[in-house]
Design a protein around this ligand. Sequence first.
Ligand code: GLC
Ligand code: CA
Length: 544
Amino acid sequence: MASQWFKNAIVYCIDVDTFKDGNGDGIGDFIGLRQGLSYLAGLGVSCIWLLPFYPSPDRDNGYDITDYIGIHPALGDLGDFAAFMDEAANRGIRVIIDLVVNHTSDQHPWFKAARSRDPHYVDYYVWRNDRPGDTSNEVVFPGKQKAVWQYDRTAKAYYFHRFYEYQPDLNTANPNVRDEIKKIIGFWLALGVSGFRVDAAPFVIATKGPEAQKQPHESFVFLNEFREFLSWKKGDAVFLAEANVPPDQMLQYFGDRGTRMNMVLNFFVNPHVFLAMANESPEPLIRSLVQLPMIPENSQWAYFLRNHDELDLSRLGELERARCFEAFGSEKKMQIYDRGIRRRLAPMLGGDIRRQLLGYSLIFTIPGTPVLWYGEEIGMGDDLHQEERNSVRTPMQWNAEPNAGFADPSVKKLRRPVIDSGEFDYRRVNVQAQRRDPHSLLNSLERMIRTRKEYPEFGCGKWRLVESDRPDQIFAHACEDAGNAVLAVHNLSGEPLQVNVRLWSDQFDHAVFLFGDVDSKEIKDKDLAMELPAYGYDWIRLRP
Ligand code: GLC
Ligand code: CA
């Protein structure tokens, strides 16, 4: 269905200021990003998700916005943005952007007016006059943030901030604020975007302020309101929600008839994929998948391995979390907020390409839309000298020249330093080198992307677990749509395996392998015998 483009999209997330510098000042920008589009088109990316690129003091990587309808001057201007959008459209690539409306920067003109008690703006934010009690257990960034209230000397009152103290929460219960949000949505839709990644969705709709603690409550109707506006302005535009909530709350973000968020990033399955890789067993992954609610026909999960934030392990049990820390981030400096790991995927998996591809194959085949973080396709490393989550936000590694092709070799200072030592040094890990190597991560992932697009069954949502005689190591599942069936078989273990997969129906007698060395095989009485290397996987088309 044309209107459901997002179900088979390949989403690629980009931070404009670390992707490509187009004007030689050491900061990535829209000119550079436009130049990078041919690479993304070649990789098979069909939808770019841009992290915040708005004017901002940049204390939280742009999530502290001072102007919602502008471009950060270091990244270019609206003209550069429009030229980028035009070129993306020419290449058939859609663009979605971050909608960060839980809070503004404390430097936003609305907040400045509000703290001076401008009657129109004061209720754009959430205030209290009395001294708050201890709120250290309500903060989002433990260790970095102490409370959710901050005293403001101009206002002579406390303002509410779920995130950092320089990010005052917008009062979304105020209809004027919701009108502003719709204005922002309408503006960027008019400039051609295909939708929005809704930052911190649960907090946007939560009761804020002193009431929040007494009676936590979400106003899901706000999501209906925004969605109605979105769909009215542009029929096939979508919302991709960041909603890190337990499985029993997830359905409400879609709405039971799919009238709220079109897609939700799955923060529940995510840590279970890592636990499955740590234990070399499919059990945690299966356990998480079966806990998911059935979602409406017109909705979709979005799956990722790593993103621009920490790997959040808080939805695991205590021992499971400890297991993941031990396997993927045992040193204190790799950990953050008592719940997560601030590393990129490749270093977490010891640079093992097989295990990286195994992880991608899992998120490419469980029913949903895959989302990649820039640099993952070449297995970039992290820089633990950078503060907090900036460790995973270093410049894209294009080639082996000084500045890694991110900026002209003559540029002295970059937005952040490139990784220039160790196993993930840009002289070893870069696009140009991997382009030449037929077995590189880049080329393998490009092939996986192409194959994923050829088999939309993986995105349609009708799936089943498939039995095998190696249930402790093998994850096998099938997806069916419009009479077509594809099977995916993953060997989570570090041992090569012979496995017998038992299909659910005798209607198939022919298996076509999409990756391995074998081309095809007969299926005998529902049994398909195959061999998988250590951490190997294959996708199989089943034919009657
Ligand atoms: C989201 C973003 C994160 C940011 C936070 C506050 O969680 O992913 O990077 O710090 O919102 O806007
Ligand atoms: Ca620049």
